[in-house]
Structure formats: structure tokens, C-alpha cells
Write a protein that binds this ligand. Structure first.
Ligand SMILES: [Fe+2]
Length: 385
């Protein structure tokens, strides 16, 4: 079988990397930027210094912060109007996964005319996406989605009410500027949830069925880094070393999951759209259950995960060694303050049919190491309740 691999993102990484922004913009010859961000990032005081940096460099900007926590199509429409009205020719996204994904969708739709649902990855959307779109610089302020190096945008589409994955290599931001100093004000709860999202990306990518040893190597190192640093980043948010490590683990997760994800993500997506849970929190709660579901089908790989998590497995059978990885993920959840059950975050039994009927339509489980039916998903939600 012939495979295609590409790792094309230009990444500027490290404390104070943000100061490179004007120089990067100059290389594109951009005249007027649309800055896509969200009100929380502005309130956290992250945007003002960046605005100053751009003003000092005499770069024209228009700010747009109309993004829902889980971006919806109406946010995209409003962003496009703002982009056109101001005569923008370049996009800079500042924030967590939501503004970054929204910026990608705006970038797509200012240059592509079909309705958004036509670009759904499940409808071969990638074939309809050409490289002709405005340039984009992504500046993450959380370490979780890794959207800054990702080739997908997740938007809840009007016609279906479903979180829809739009996927194309052309959606990868032109440049990612990753400055861990921008994440130090992220509160512990969000640091925990976004960090567990990063761990889930690495772990699910490693177990995903596609052939991609390059991503496997990145995923394992991402698991190791997240495991060793998430608690410190949660408990000591000002620790730049831990913040840098988590930002790297998040980026590695997103690079790795071009290989594919798994059932935890398919279960997590409806928990956001139906039950309003934070994406990372939903993944963190579902991940041990997904691993248990995959235990037999992926025992050898889970054993390797256990090794990567620092567990001595050489006296253990594959199954026992694999089981240790699940125990460690549960322990990590406890250490960073993630509630153990869906019930504890307000999800009820009567929501499960609606959750499962959406989860089965989600594409992430197609690369899960064990095939998964809607009944399996109902059982997984029940087990997590
Ligand atoms: Fe995720």
C-alpha cells in the first residue's frame, strides 16, 4: 500500500515567541488582518499586548470575537461579513480551539462558495477544498486541541445540529506561533481539561488503525510529556517549563491525529453539543472507558502505552500490562481534578439515546481499533454514568 505523509507547518515555539508576529506577517505582505479571538481571551488580558505589538508595527487590524464555546455556523457567517466589510486579506487567530477552528472555517468560506455542510469530511469535503485561501497565523492560548497545527475545523452545522469535521491539508495554518507565556493565566480546571484532551489525542492516535509509524512515534512521546507535566501545569500554572511541555504535547497530539482518532472522541463530541460539556472534560471522562473497550483489540499497543507512562510491565501479560495504562489514566484524571463520572457533570440516563445516535455518525471511531456499534456506545455512556 502506498501512503502519503506530510508535516508542513512552520512553528515558532517558546517563551516570547509572540514578538515574532509582526515579522511573520510582513513575510506575507498582508495589508489588513482579521483577528479572530473570543471574549474570554480578551478578558484574560492576552489580546491587548498583541494589539499593541501590531499597532506599533503599523499593521491594520479588525477584531472579531463572536465565537461560541463550540463554534457554530452562524459564527462563521458573521466572521465572513466582518472580514469582507473591513477589506481584510489575512487572518490571525488567538485563543483555544474554538477561535482557531472558527478562523479556519472563515478562511475556507471567504474563498469557497458551497454551503458549509458540503465540506463535511464524511461527505468527501476535502475534495472540494482548494489551496486558494487567505493566509493564517494561529496563536494558541491553551494547550489542548493543537488546532494550530491541525488540518481540521470542527463546526456545528445549522442543517444537522451536529459537530462537523471539515478536513483538508489546506486548512493548516500558514504559521503557528506557540508562546507558552500566553497559557499561564489559564485556570486549573481548564488546564486539566485541555491537557487531558491533548493526552487523548496522542493516545487515540497511537491506537488508531491507519498505518503511520511517524505519527506513532510522535504520539508516544506526546503521551510521555503530557503524563509527566499535566499535574504540575494544573497545580503551578506559572511554571513555564510545565506550560511549555504541555503546549508541545498538545501540538504533538494534533500532528499525530492526522493518523486518526478513536471512539473516545466520537463519544465526546455529542457530550458537547447535547450536554454542553467542555470537549477536553468529555474526553477525559470517556477515555478510560474507551481504553477498556479497546483492551483486547489493542493490548500490545496499550502495553506500550503503559511503558511510556513509566510503568514496569515486563513481568506482566499483555492484557495485564495494557490494563495498567487504564489505571494510570484514571489516576491522572483524579490528580488533576477531573470528575470520575458523567453523572457528576450533570449528564443523565435519559440523554444517552440522543448522545449515542450522534456519536455513531461521528467519523472518529472509524479508526478505532475495535469496531463500535451504537449499542456499544450506549453501553460506554452507561458505564461512565
Ligand atoms: Fe480533542
Amino acid at each position: 500500500m502506498v501512503s502519503t505523509f506530510s508535516f508542513p507547518t512552520r512553528i515558532i515555539f517558546g517563551p516570547d515567541a509572540i514578538h515574532e508576529l509582526p515579522r511573520e506577517i510582513a513575510t506575507f505582505g498582508a495589508q489588513h488582518l482579521l483577528i479572530v479571538t473570543d471574549p474570554g481571551v480578551i478578558q484574560a488580558g492576552i489580546v491587548d499586548p498583541i494589539r499593541q505589538l501590531l499597532d506599533d508595527a503599523r499593521i491594520a487590524t479588525t477584531f472579531f470575537d463572536g465565537v461560541d464555546p463550540n463554534p457554530i455556523e452562524a459564527n462563521v457567517d458573521a466572521g465572513i461579513r466582518c472580514y469582507r466589510k473591513a477589506g481584510c486579506d489575512f487572518i490571525v487567530a488567538i485563543g483555544g480551539g474554538s477561535p482557531l477552528d472558527l478562523a479556519k472555517a472563515i478562511r475556507l468560506r471567504v474563498s469557497h462558495d458551497l454551503p458549509l455542510e458540503e465540506y463535511d469530511d464524511l461527505r468527501n469535503g476535502a475534495e472540494k477544498i482548494s489551496p486558494e485561501m487567505p493566509g493564517m497565523i494561529a496563536i494558541p492560548t491553551a494547550a489542548g486541541t493543537g488546532s494550530e497545527v491541525g488540518r481540521s475545523a470542527i463546526i456545528t452545522v445549522k442543517s444537522t445540529g451536529r459537530k462537523t469535521v471539515i478536513f483538508s491539508p489546506h486548512l493548516i495554518p500558514s504559521v503557528a506561533i506557540c508562546d507558552p507565556k500566553l497559557t499561564v493565566t489559564l485556570p486549573p480546571k481548564l488546564t486539566a481539561a485541555t491537557g487531558m484532551d491533548a493526552l487523548t489525542h496522542n493516545l487515540e492516535a497511537y491506537l488508531a488503525t491507519n498505518y503511520h509509524p511517524i505519527c506513532d512515534g510522535i504520539a508516544l512521546e506526546g503521551i510521555r510529556i503530557a503524563n509527566e507535566n499535566i499535574q504540575q501545569a494544573v497545580e503551578h500554572g506559572e511554571d513555564l517549563e510545565a506550560r511549555s511541555a504541555m503546549m508541545m504535547a498538545a501540538m504533538m497530539g494534533a500532528i499525530a491525529f492526522q493518523k486518526g482518532l478513536g471512539v473516545a472522541h466520537s463519544l465526546a463530541h455529542p457530550l458537547s453539543t447535547v450536554a454542553g460539556l467542555h470537549h477536553g472534560l468529555a474526553n477525559a471522562i470517556m477515555l478510560p472507558h474507551a481504553m477498556r473497550f479497546n483492551l483486547e483489540a489493542a493490548a500490545v499497543r496499550l502495553k506500550q502505552v503503559s511503558r511510556t507512562l513509566g510503568i514496569d510491565v515486563h513481568e506482566l501479560s499483555d492484557m495485564d500490562a495494557a490494563g495498567k495504562a487504564i489505571e494510570r489514566v484514571r489516576e491522572l484524571n483524579t490528580q488533576v481534578g477531573i470528575p470520575a463520572t458523567l453523572g457528576a457533570v450533570g449528564v443523565s440516563e435519559r440523554q444517552i439515546p440522543a448522545l449515542a445516535s450522534q456519536a455513531i455518525l461521528d467519523g472518529c471511531h472509524l479508526t478505532n481499533p475495535r469496531p463500535c456499534s451504537e449499542q456499544d456506545m450506549i453501553a460506554l455512556y452507561r458505564a461512565a454514568l
